[in-house]
Design a protein around this ligand. Structure first.
Ligand code: ADP
Length: 537
């Protein structure tokens, strides 16, 4: 067979050639803007030529600090298709972590949304390697003490709309990079090659995974600054999919209205986003009949939430699993043809699992005594390998912890059933080890979140003299239920569902569960809070 390279350049060229009329809808600070792929392609080439004029060359890192909008999508292609590396930076990280990763990556130029500029202003003394700052805005560049600041639109107006993209790059060359959101220590960088991104996008297009296609209208809620918005922008451009980019500071109401008005068919985000949307559509009426799939990943989707979307609102819900290191799609809860006849409850059980391995990848699950049995019970750590799985962290000694003998050890403890469906039981570090047995905090959380009065819940381990660790539940009640539900009510709700020793020792009511920059429960902080509370008692 021929050895033609798999490059992002092919994706944008295909969109320009075959889908020039298809639309990109972008919500920015001044409202909704619309572009055709033809217009967007020209703007993307203008940006690439402007970056070239600023001295960006093959292999240089260009950082972005931006929400989901058309300019960010332009950067997604202008940078890698001219041989440089798109470094998406998580804007919700702490200023220290942001300056750490800008320096660690060695970013030469930064593209920054105007509302994020003050943050960069503050850390400017610690990021002196950056040579130019380009501000993405519909209006004026806000006042700043930074030097070498450029207005994105002014640069574009002087750019070349027919700038040539590189077709001669090595497919293994870096195209993008993203740092993990770091619950401990400094963030770790992952490099995405052209080849990895292209093959991952191809996997997103498979009918048995997310099936993204030309007929779709895709709305990625998952930020473009975190794991390439799960690769949706790449797949969408390649396949000519209409894109709806929700921009900054959206609310569940804004999302629901965008989905209704633009007839969105597929959307993607973390469970906290979908809990918010569910709350919104329970209270206000929207026509979301165009939605064929809500893709949910990043942390476990509560069964009760899946049930509500599917049964009450008729919106198909798709649970998936991945991580920054896996581009991210690795496992998806696609049912098999013969599952169609299962009773509703069993179908729901299947949907609440993370699912089966995506074609193209390999996995093994290592338990205490080697690979675990496919019995849905034995627990082990999931290890993955494949063409869109990272092989190391970027210039980081911590690589050897996770990458061993050609496999990525995910740090996720899972079970696998007879049909090959994986269930995430916990992160290795969040498992509760009570009297030599393991308790899954995730299972308890899912059960709690199915309680009609509970808005969100997390379960953490507290040290225990006799049992080593014991579970404690942290519960946020729905507003209307506050003060009406007791600890005993909650424990009574759990008792019939679990073995006695799994039942939490205590229930703490809270106003909010602390979350990471991407909306996951921040267990480390929560553990500290719980221990402080317990000490006070
Ligand atoms: P970080 O952990 O730095 O936030 P990622 O976004 O890469 O970075 O998170 C990956 C982790 O998220 C996985 O290792 C896993 O623990 C968790 N995760 C992802 N998807 C799911 C899911 N569907 N169910 C449960 N956990 C998930």
């Amino acid at each position: 067979m021929m050895q033609t390279p798999l490059l992002l350049t092919q994706m944008i060229e295909r969109a320009e050639k075959y889908f020039p009329k298809k639309e990109i809808v972008s919500r920015t600070e001044s409202g909704i803007q619309r572009f055709t792929y033809k217009q967007w392609g020209e703007r993307t080439r203008r940006l690439a030529s402007a970056l070239h004029k600023l001295g960006v060359r093959e292999g240089d890192k260009v950082g972005t600090l931006a929400w989901n909008h058309h300019r960010h999508l332009e950067a997604y292609f202008a940078i890698p298709c001219s041989g440089a590396v798109l470094h998406t930076i998580n804007i919700r990280l702490s200023p220290q972590h942001i300056s750490y990763i800008i320096n660690h990556a060695g970013d030469k130029v930064l593209l920054i949304d105007s509302d994020i500029l003050p943050l960069i202003d503050k850390i400017k003394d610690s990021i002196q390697g950056v040579e130019a700052f380009i501000v993405m805005t519909d209006g004026e560049v806000p006042k700043t003490s930074l030097e070498n600041v450029y207005h994105y639109e002014e640069l574009l107006s002087e750019g070349d709309p027919s700038f040539s993209f590189r077709t001669d790059l090595d497919e293994n060359a870096p195209a993008g990079m993203c740092y993990t959101s770091a619950t401990t220590g400094n963030p770790k960088g992952v490099i995405y090659s052209h080849r990895g991104i292209v093959l991952h996008a191809m996997a997103l297009g498979l009918a048995d995974t997310t099936g993204v296609c030309e007929k779709d209208t895709a709305l990625p809620v998952v930020p473009m600054f975190h794991v390439n918005a799960w690769g949706l922008p790449f797949a969408s451009v390649w396949f000519g999919t209409k894109q709806v980019l929700p921009g900054p500071y959206f609310t569940p109401g804004i999302l629901a209205k965008l989905m209704q008005d633009e007839k969105v068919t597929i959307t993607a985000g973390v469970p906290t986003i979908w809990l918010g949307l569910l709350n919104e559509i329970e209270q206000n009426e929207y026509d979301l009949s165009s939605l064929r799939s809500i893709l949910c990943g990043g942390s476990a989707a509560p069964r009760g939430m899946i049930k509500a979307f599917e049964e009450r609102f008729g919106i198909p819900f798709m649970h998936a699993y991945g991580m920054t290191e896996t581009s991210p799609l690795a496992v998806i809860a696609a049912s098999k043809s013969y599952h169609a006849d299962l009773p509703a409850d069993e179908k729901l059980d299947l949907k609440a699992k993370q699912g089966i391995l995506v074609p193209g990848l390999e996995m093994k699950i290592i338990g205490k005594d080697g690979e675990v049995a496919w019995d849905g019970k034995e627990m082990g750590e999931l290890a993955l390998r494949g063409p869109w799985i990272a092989s190391e962290y970027y210039q980081d000694e911590r690589s050897q912890d996770a990458f061993r003998d050609g496999w990525l050890y995910t740090g996720d403890v899972v079970t696998i059933d007879e049909e090959g469906y994986i269930k995430i039981v916990d992160r290795t570090k969040d498992l509760i080890k009570s009297g030599g047995e393991w308790i899954s905090s995730v299972d308890l959380e899912n059960a709690l979140m199915a309680h009609e009065d509970i808005f969100e819940a997390a379960v953490v381990a507290v040290p225990h003299e006799q049992w080593q660790e014991r579970p404690v539940a942290c519960v946020v009640l729905k507003e209307s239920s506050r003060g009406k539900v007791t600890k005993e009510d909650i424990l009574d709700f759990l008792k019939p569902q679990f073995a006695k020793w799994w039942i939490p020792d205590d229930v703490l009511f809270m106003s909010e569960i602390p979350k990471t920059s991407v909306g996951k429960f921040l267990k480390r902080t929560l553990r500290d809070q719980v221990q402080d509370k317990i000490k006070q008692v």
